[in-house]
Design a protein around this ligand. Structure first.
Ligand code: PAD
Ligand code: ZN
Length: 368
């Protein structure tokens, strides 16, 4: 009976309690979690920004070891170290075949349902279903996930680092390297320098951006941004950040702007900060009631600006997760530096509330 952190209602603290976990069905695997990052999307479930089926085991940024294989799983073995993909990618649907695995039909529907590929959860309590956040549920000592959501990596990558690849790194780095078309020498602006935004910064540097402007309102976050490669820092609490970005880009605006916060006003700012002919990429997850009124329609064509959403870093998890693990091992990707606090599952509520403090890039729950 694993111990797990369950969200029972919006606004309530997570309840750390024992839950029942059924055996993996065909095409599923049981995972002993090694670590789980605490992402803003987890916080967004607890405050109602991101509505999901409740009660649910939260957590979607995890890595662990396979302990049991369901029927028909032959590409993985017991003992494999895996990163959990919160969009399981089947590889055969229309989207997977068109190199848009992050929009996988099977995985996307499962992730939204609170269950696995058959839309039913494996967690329960007192005979009642307990759902999985995003086909994962990594705030638990153990979980069962679709085998297509388990990506094998080298055993030498420490669990805490591997866990971060599963959401913040894949999303942030992928936003820069996959979603946006950053060219060598480009100027890039990143609004929001938390666990995801810091990876957009290091992804932008990796993609060849020359100028990377970090925007945040917390000093500690801006200091992190510099460590991750930002060349210019803009304190959003100190005046008009759009004007400051224009000043830093010769009055033109940035080639590419990323919003990595999830608020209406900062989405509008990202679009305004983008130069004529540039791209704005929305990564932050806003609440359902946020709508966009960005520009007179005529301006969009005259200015040839583009606006794109970014889901899960536009990543093919089966190739991108092992690639990121390799980049880390080669010293080309900072992961240890993202870990501000190592906590136990019992401290998960503190980790969620500490997220907004300047010191925390990512808290990681370690399971022993
Ligand atoms: P975080 O809380 O670690 O970072 C958010 C950052 O934004 C913090 O550094 C804040 O100080 C900063 N911030 C807040 N308000 C403002 C403001 N008005 N101006 C400037 N800076 C501000 O969150 P995170 O990095 O874990 O996640 C960021 C967003 O990305 C969040 O909305 C999350 O839900 C989303 C996300 N999206 C995907 C995806 O697939 N698109 C995946 C994972 C996370
Ligand atoms: Zn996340």
């Amino acid at each position: 009976m694993p111990k797990a952190a369950v969200c029972t209602a919006v606004g309530a603290p997570l309840e750390v309690t024992d839950v029942d976990l059924a055996s993996p069905k065909a095409g599923e695997v049981r995972v002993q979690l090694g670590a789980s990052g605490v992402c803003h999307s987890d916080l967004s479930v607890t405050n109602g920004t991101l509505p999901i089926a409740l009660p649910a085991v939260l957590g979607h940024e995890g890595a662990g070891t396979i302990t049991e294989l369901g029927e028909g799983v032959d590409h993985l073995s017991v003992g494999d170290t895996i990163v959990i993909s919160w969009v399981p990618q089947c590889g055969t649907c229309y989207f997977c075949e068109h190199d848009q695995g992050e929009l996988c039909e099977a995985g996307g529907a499962a992730a939204m349902s609170g269950g696995l590929l058959d839309m039913t959860p494996r967690f329960s309590r007192d005979g009642q279903p307990v759902f999985h956040m995003a086909a994962s549920g990594t705030f638990s000592e153990e979980t069962v996930i679709p085998a297509i959501g388990a990506v094998k990596i080298d055993k030498d990558v420490p669990m805490a680092d591997a866990a971060l690849i599963g959401c913040g790194v894949l999303t942030g780095f992928g936003a820069a390297v996959n979603t946006a078309s950053i060219r060598k020498g480009d100027s890039v602006v990143v609004l929001g320098c938390g666990g995801v935004g810091l990876n957009t910064i290091q992804g932008a540097c990796y993609a060849g951006a020359e100028q990377v402007i970090a925007v945040d309102m917390v000093d500690g976050k801006l200091a992190h941004a510099k460590q991750f490669g930002a060349t210019d820092l803009v304190d959003a609490s100190g005046g008009d950040s759009v004007a400051q970005v224009f000043e830093l880009t010769g009055g033109r605006g940035a080639d590419v702007a990323f919003e990595v916060i999830g608020l209406g006003p900062t989405i509008e700012q990202a679009f305004q900060m983008t130069r004529r002919g540039g791209h704005a990429v929305i990564v932050g997850v806003p609440s359902f009631d946020v709508t966009m009124t960005l520009t007179p329609a005529l301006d969009l064509l005259v200015q040839e600006k583009q606006l794109r959403g970014c889901w899960y870093g536009s990543s093919n998890v089966h190739t991108d997760v092992p690639k990121l693990a390799r980049l880390y091992q080669e010293g080309q990707l900072m992961l240890d530096e993202l870990i501000s606090a190592r906590v136990t599952l019992d401290q998960v509520n503190d980790a969620l509330s500490n997220m907004s403090s300047g010191e925390i890039a990512r808290s990681v729950i370690e399971y022993s």
